[in-house]
Design a protein around this ligand. Structure first.
Ligand code: SF4
Length: 241
């Protein structure tokens, strides 16, 4: 019964298992090859993911949020784009390893545009890949492709930033890095909304966080508002401050 419930909750996994079963019945050779491929990627993942989790812990614990915001956040501009390109280019490992790292960077204040640059560089202009490309196809081919690809990456980054907003992403709402207003302490004076209308708003006589601070200026503003809050209701996690 537990297995059936698990399969119901994980529809994609159930679909994959069903596809395996059908192909084992109809085309056993095809299914065996698919199984070999899956096993290959599974073993690759097991080898790579511990390193990625280690990298995530290092970024999470050792790099303050403000450093990420200043260097890869919304206001990081051209410098942020170049840093994102370098980070993606010098990375190692398959592209799926980049997703958990990207999610953490987003959570710590990196902009969507810079994440697009990191992911795209990671996927198509990694340094080891360029070296192989030059070896097999020639330096001119590699150089021309690199220039055109990098231009395309920055255009794509601008387009994705204009279309996708952070609120659209499935971020962990229970994150310990989110600023919250303790509703029990809020006396509804409205001071936070007056001082930071982009960040706070009043709903039914109590303040709520309208938008998490994205740039260092906004973090400083929230700290200032929290100090003046008469109910001492605005909680800023130490990782943010
Ligand atoms: S300033 Fe503090 S007490 Fe006043 S509305 Fe905002 S959170 Fe509530």
């Amino acid at each position: 019964m537990k297995i059936i419930n698990y399969l119901k909750q994980n529809k994609f996994l159930s679909l994959v298992l069903l596809a395996y079963m059908v192909s084992f019945i109809l085309r056993p050779q095809f299914a065996a090859q698919a199984f070999d491929n899956s096993a290959y990627y599974f073993i690759e993942m097991i080898q790579i993911m511990p390193m990625i989790f280690l990298l995530i812990v290092v970024i999470d614990v050792l790099i303050p949020k403000e450093v990420i915001i200043n260097n890869l956040g919304e206001g990081s501009g051209f410098k942020g784009g170049i840093l994102a390109l370098v980070l993606g280019s010098i990375s190692a490992g398959p592209i799926y390893a980049a997703f958990p790292v990207s999610k953490l960077l987003l959570k710590k204040g990196a902009s969507i545009g810079n994440i697009v640059v990191i992911l795209s560089a990671w996927a198509v202009v990694k340094v080891p890949m360029l070296a192989n490309e030059a070896k097999f196809l020639g330096a001119e081919f590699m150089r021309t492709r690199w220039i055109l690809t990098v231009i395309s990456i920055f255009i794509m980054s601008a387009i994705v930033s204009a279309i996708v907003k952070k609120e659209d992403l499935p971020m962990d709402e229970s994150s310990s890095e989110l600023i919250v207003v303790n509703q029990a302490y809020c006396i509804g004076c409205g001071l936070c909304e007056k001082m930071g209308p982009i960040l706070f708003e009043m709903v039914d006589g109590k303040a709520i966080v309208k938008q998490q601070p994205m740039v260092s200026k906004q973090i400083a503003a929230v700290e200032n508002i929290a100090k003046k809050c008469p109910g001492n209701a605005i909680q800023i996690p130490s990782k943010v401050a």
